[in-house]
Design a protein. Structure first.
Length: 319
């Protein structure tokens, strides 16, 4: 039987790099789309055996540039998402208009599935530009292509993420760390390998016309995440509850002075909401899409040593 061909956007990110390995092992042929083949091509090519990953360079994602690569594909997966707006890469363009275009092209070319990564806990954050753009994107997908699957994960973590790795770097450098909203924001962190398993199961089980909230096995507050990171590093830091007006001043300063702000006012809005299942949709647990979910502390211990004095030599021996 001829292997299915999958078109992947956002393949160079945390999910993409892990997903390509999993899909090629399971005999799917991948076409990965990148804006800069010279910078990203080598990284992508080594994720699978020769002939299983094709790379296409497209700088401008418009209908004319994309229509050819959708031909003769079975599935499209959109992993593109941004946390900060830059020039043409606005929340509206990347989270709403682009998924809408992918859904339209999926319909025109009779694709079997369009799988889209959105976000968990955004329904109550309509005053956030990030959240509203994500929700508008979901609406456009449902409107234009029936055979869609929208995945709404909580925080995705791994050694390749920009969440735990950033926090580990910060905690290593500073004597005190601010807690916004007293650190009470709730998350259900899910490991990147678990979200990749969900995507593979969605494909193999031929799931369609469904929205799935994706969660890890633990409910953890932001303060508890920081405490677990500190424990893993074997260091102590002052955790300081920071009033919202001061937090907004910090965020405004970072927005003005940094190309990639470490905190924005929009992110502060998101932190005021629970990153938790709404009950409106089924979860990966309800659908039994994971064989065994990975726990935060155990997976963290596999890479946090890189931030400890001594690096790899600081790792504890396994008994």
């Amino acid at each position: 039987m001829k292997p299915k061909e999958i078109l992947v956007f956002g393949a160079t990110g945390q999910i993409g790099k892990n997903l390509l390995r999993k899909l090629t092992i399971n005999n799917y042929i991948i076409t990965a789309v990148t804006r800069n083949i010279h910078r990203k091509g080598y990284t992508l090519k080594k994720l699978g055996n020769a002939g299983w990953i094709n790379i296409v360079e497209i700088d401008n994602f418009n209908y004319e540039n994309l229509k050819e690569i959708f031909k003769n594909k079975n599935i499209c997966i959109n992993l593109i998402g941004i946390l900060n707006e830059k020039n043409r890469s606005s929340f509206h363009n990347m989270h709403c208009l682009l998924p809408k275009l992918f859904a339209q092209l999926s319909k025109e070319n009779n694709l079997e599935q369009f799988i889209h990564i959105s976000a968990l806990g955004i329904e109550d954050a309509l005053d956030s530009k990030y959240a509203s753009s994500k929700l508008n994107g979901e609406h456009e997908i449902r409107k234009h292509f029936h055979d869609h699957v929208i995945l709404k994960p909580s925080i995705i973590f791994s050694r390749d993420d920009s969440f735990t790795t950033f926090l580990l770097s910060m905690l290593k450098l500073v004597p005190a760390f601010p807690l916004y909203y007293e650190g009470k924001t709730v998350f259900y962190p899910i490991h990147v390998s678990d979200i990749c398993e969900i995507i593979e199961k969605v494909i193999s089980n031929k799931i369609k016309n469904k929205t799935i909230e994706c969660v890890g096995p633990e409910k953890i507050t932001f303060k508890e995440i920081i405490q677990r990171l500190l424990k893993s590093l074997e260091i102590k830091r002052f955790l300081i509850p920071t009033p919202l007006p001061i937090a907004n001043l910090f965020a405004r300063f970072f927005e003005i002075t940094m190309k990639n702000p470490i905190l924005t006012r929009d992110q502060l809005i998101l932190l005021s909401k629970k990153n938790a299942p709404t009950g409106k949709y089924e979860t990966n647990l309800d659908l039994n899409l994971n064989s065994k979910l990975k726990y935060f502390d155990l997976e963290l211990s596999k890479y946090s040593y890189m931030w400890k004095t001594g690096g790899e030599f600081s790792k504890k021996e396994l008994k």
